[in-house]
Write a protein that binds this ligand. Structure first.
Ligand SMILES: Nc1ncnc2c1ncn2[C@@H]1O[C@H](COP(=O)(O)OP(=O)(O)OP(=O)(O)O)[C@@H](O)[C@H]1O
Ligand SMILES: [Mg+2]
Length: 259
């Protein structure tokens, strides 16, 4: 299997200052090293505050690291232009009702990344939008709609379409399923798996629901206090967890089917 992403000795340190202390101490992260294979799904699990979101936000380019290297297909991320970076890694946010601008139509939401990051002409933009809508199971009828005219699942489909519109190598999804009830959650999970089968997209998935993590992932990273405590294939993590921390985590985050 070909290595797509290589994260090496990634660290993030926060300066302690009176101002930061008053707003809560942000724990340091790293050093973190791992690889992700092409077309694979990596899940990151760990207790609240263990650094999962910080790590994925650094990989997505939303936070800059203090040190360390990230490369994609052998190329350092820092050597890529903003456009190349956008085409390599896209992030899907937890709550589409707040991440999708309510004043912008679905058509504009999907056109903007293509105008900014490609030299597609109008016809190519139209075709790419049609193909991406079909990929996420949405009709082109919705292009003139505003996000709040859509159901929660449709909003998630639009958020996924926005992430997929540039055909990225990696999609990062930080707890995107947490606010959905169980049947809608599986709908989005199946959609993610279909996209992966169709496009070979790799996922970095942060989640607390261990059944979903087990169902979706090829590889699992367990984080505690800003460090990786285990990194293994999914079966090994679930069948033979190596640390008490992982055992506890797997037991304490069993999904509650009554919800
Ligand atoms: N905006 C912020 N300001 C100050 N500290 C923060 C901020 N965001 C996170 N932190 C702190 O940084 C550390 C790592 O947080 P992070 O959000 O990466 O954890 P997480 O594993 O994603 O947790 P969760 O499961 O709750 O989402 C924690 O100590 C947290 O309290
Ligand atoms: Mg988080």
């Amino acid at each position: 299997m070909q290595t797509l992403l290589n994260v090496s000795n990634l660290c993030k340190n926060y300066k302690r200052s009176a101002r930061f202390l008053s707003s809560g101490f942000r724990a340091p992260l790293g050093p973190i090293s791992f690889t992700l294979g092409a077309g694979q799904t990596l899940s990151i699990i760990g207790e609240s505050g263990s650094g999962k979101s910080t790590l994925v936000q650094i990989i997505a380019g939303l936070i800059s690291p203090s040190s360390g290297d990230i490369s994609i297909k052998g190329q350092p991320l820092c050597s890529l232009s903003q456009q190349e970076r956008c085409r390599a890694i896209r992030m899907v946010f937890q709550d589409p009702s707040s991440s999708l601008n309510p004043k912008v139509t679905i058509g504009r939401i999907l056109t903007a990344p293509l105008e900014l990051n490609t030299d597609f002409n109008k016809q190519q933009i139209k075709e790419q939008i049609q193909e991406t809508l079909a990929l996420v199971g949405l009709l082109t009828d919705y292009l003139d709609f505003y996000p709040n005219m859509l159901s929660t699942v449709q909003q998630h489909q639009v958020a996924l379409a926005r992430a997929m519109i540039l055909n990225p190598d990696i999609i990062i999804a930080d707890e995107i399923l947490a606010t959905l009830d169980i049947s809608l959650r599986f709908k989005i999970v199946n959609l993610l798996l279909n996209i992966q089968e169709n496009k070979g997209t790799s996922y970095i998935f942060v989640g607390h629901n261990m059944n979903l993590v087990r169902h979706m992932s090829d590889q699992v990273i367990v984080m505690n206090n800003g460090l990786i405590v285990e990194n293994n294939n999914t079966a090994e993590i679930f069948n033979t967890p190596q640390t008490d921390y992982t055992k506890h985590l797997l037991l304490s985050h069993q999904p509650d089917y009554r919800k």
